[in-house]
Write a protein that binds this ligand. Structure first.
Ligand SMILES: [Zn+2]
Length: 202
């Protein structure tokens, strides 16, 4: 089963976006999208704390505006945050001026020079508007934790089969992904630690 972002798509988004950090060190860049969400993001923070592992949380501005306490907790625990638009916009169905405004609105709540486009959708024009202010971050391993047709075993094997040094891995601290994500996250951390990987921060 190929669960990765289609490779044919990558050239369209160009060299201003990173998919994986080029490194030979055994480092994994763990990321979480779409929070902060009550109960779920704090549960992620508790797991990461237990493993002494740091991650980057690409937050939806609207969620940060509703849950600033959880957002602050992410930062207090030594993790990083990134901008994921204010309303989780799909770049391909949004004009670029509106897209930029939405990112700027999120930036009032999220102080970061990292940006990840929701759904991986971003046009060349939108890249041009954002690239001077943001490092655009995609991923090379998406867990599909939100796919409720996948079992935790399938989600985990997708991770263990595809990670390598410098991989950028995406989980979701969302209600939809919670069952898979909260089951698989500790298993993925156990796996990485057993293979000698450490965390990197974007
Ligand atoms: Zn998202």
């Amino acid at each position: 089963m190929n669960l990765q972002f289609p490779r044919f798509f990558r050239p369209l988004v160009g060299r201003n976006i990173i998919w994986r950090k080029k490194t030979s060190s055994k480092v994994i860049y763990l990321t979480f999208d779409d929070g902060p969400v009550p109960d779920i993001t704090p549960a992620v923070l508790a797991i990461l704390d237990q493993y002494n592992w740091k991650a980057t949380f690409f937050c939806v501005g609207e969620n940060v505006s509703k849950h600033p306490d959880i957002y602050n907790e992410i930062l207090q625990q030594g993790h990083k945050t990134g901008n994921h638009t204010y309303n989780h916009l799909k770049g391909f169905s949004c004009n670029s001026a509106d897209y930029l405004l939405n990112v700027q609105k999120a930036a009032q709540f999220i102080d970061s020079d990292l940006f990840r486009p929701p759904h991986g959708q971003i046009s060349a024009k939108q890249i041009k508007l954002l690239k001077n202010d943001y490092q655009l971050v995609m991923w090379d391993v998406i867990t599909h934790d939100y796919n409720q047709k996948l079992t935790p075993e399938q989600v985990l094997s997708n991770i263990t089969n595809n990670v390598r040094s410098g991989s950028i891995v995406v989980f979701h601290d969302s209600v939809k992904a919670a069952d898979n994500m909260l089951t698989v996250l500790p298993l993925a951390l156990d796996f990485w630690i057993s293979k000698g990987y450490t965390f990197g921060l974007l």
